[in-house]
Ligand binder design. Structure first.
Ligand code: BJW
Length: 230
């Protein structure tokens, strides 16, 4: 039975109305990376960081999963083998689309983390720096999100999945951010067939055996229909 490991990035949520990072009018055109997605930026100006994520939490709650999210959930339910989705996205559109075997390697907007004792709890829609940690009571609340220089979640488990993959697929990710950008190399080394779904070849596009160019809502749905029909 074929094991399929799928890495998703901001591009899969773009057609739901969530901005990507590196598009011309994306998040990095409006915010400086070092201000909003680094531990140092949070130390300098926590309110700026919490406002950035409060806005993104509200945006994510106002949109719906698209055909690509639903197609991956259908693949998991109907494929005669294991399907694992690893997302770099912090929205909950995969969950709301029905995917169950899911890893949020860069954390989730739905989580809060204490910057002092590292206790984790469900995030309120609007997070404030004065919010006390429910465990140590320090007012040091932050989003449970992986910033530059921090270790993504569950890396050992993710590498295990990659080394067992028969097919590795990357959808809507620019291949600029590691370790996720290195997953194609890991999966290839382990013998997986590799397919990239994107509007264009990514920064690591040359490492994929196959490319499906176009909007994920169409290309991913076609691919899933095809796999389930064979
Ligand atoms: C569509 C579409 C449609 C649009 N259909 N497609 C030098 C060399 C190598 C590495 C490093 C280095 N210096 C530092 C590093 C490490 C660093 C890193 O990679 N930096 C690079 C910038 C060079 N990485 C880290 O620090 C990570 N931690 C780490 O490495 O720990 C040590 C470690 C060591 C060994 C093993 C393991 C770990 C942490 C990275 C944290 C990333 N955090 C962010 C922000 C937080 C989350 C959030 O707020 O949302 O995560 S950055 C941002 O980029 C976000 C994303 O998850 C991530 C990836 O972006 P993504 O998803 O690819 O989006 P875009 O916008 O770039 O691309 C969208 C794509 O979709 C485009 O290609 C479009 O074409 C496409 N598209 N519409 C199909 N309809």
């Amino acid at each position: 039975m074929t094991k399929i490991v799928i890495l998703t990035g901001a591009g899969i949520s773009a057609e739901s109305g969530i901005e990507t990072f590196r598009a011309e009018d994306g998040l990095w055109a409006k915010h400086r990376v070092e201000d909003v997605v680094t531990p140092e930026g949070y130390q300098r100006d926590p309110k700026r960081v919490l406002d950035f994520y409060n806005e993104r939490r509200a945006q994510a709650a106002s949109v719906e999963p698209n055909a690509a999210h639903f197609a991956l959930a259908r693949l998991e339910a109907e494929h005669d083998g294991e399907v694992v989705v690893i997302t770099q996205n912090v929205d909950d559109l995969h969950e709301r689309g029905g995917t169950q075997a899911l890893y949020h390697m860069h954390g989730a907007l739905s989580g809060a983390l204490c910057a002092v004792c590292h206790h984790r709890w469900p995030a309120p829609m609007q997070m404030a720096i004065e919010d006390p940690c429910p465990s140590c009571e320090t007012p040091a609340t932050r989003p449970d999100i992986v910033w530059f220089g921090e270790m993504p979640y569950e890396m050992d488990t993710l590498f295990d999945h990659l080394t067992q993959a028969d097919i590795f697929v990357a959808i809507g990710t620019s291949g600029n951010v590691y370790p996720a950008a290195g997953f194609v190399a890991e999966a290839r080394k382990a013998g997986a067939h590799t397919i990239e779904f994107n509007l264009e070849k990514s920064a690591v596009g040359n490492q994929f055996a196959e490319h499906r160019i176009g909007p994920a809502s169409q290309t991913v749905t076609d691919w899933v229909n095809n796999i389930l029909a064979t």
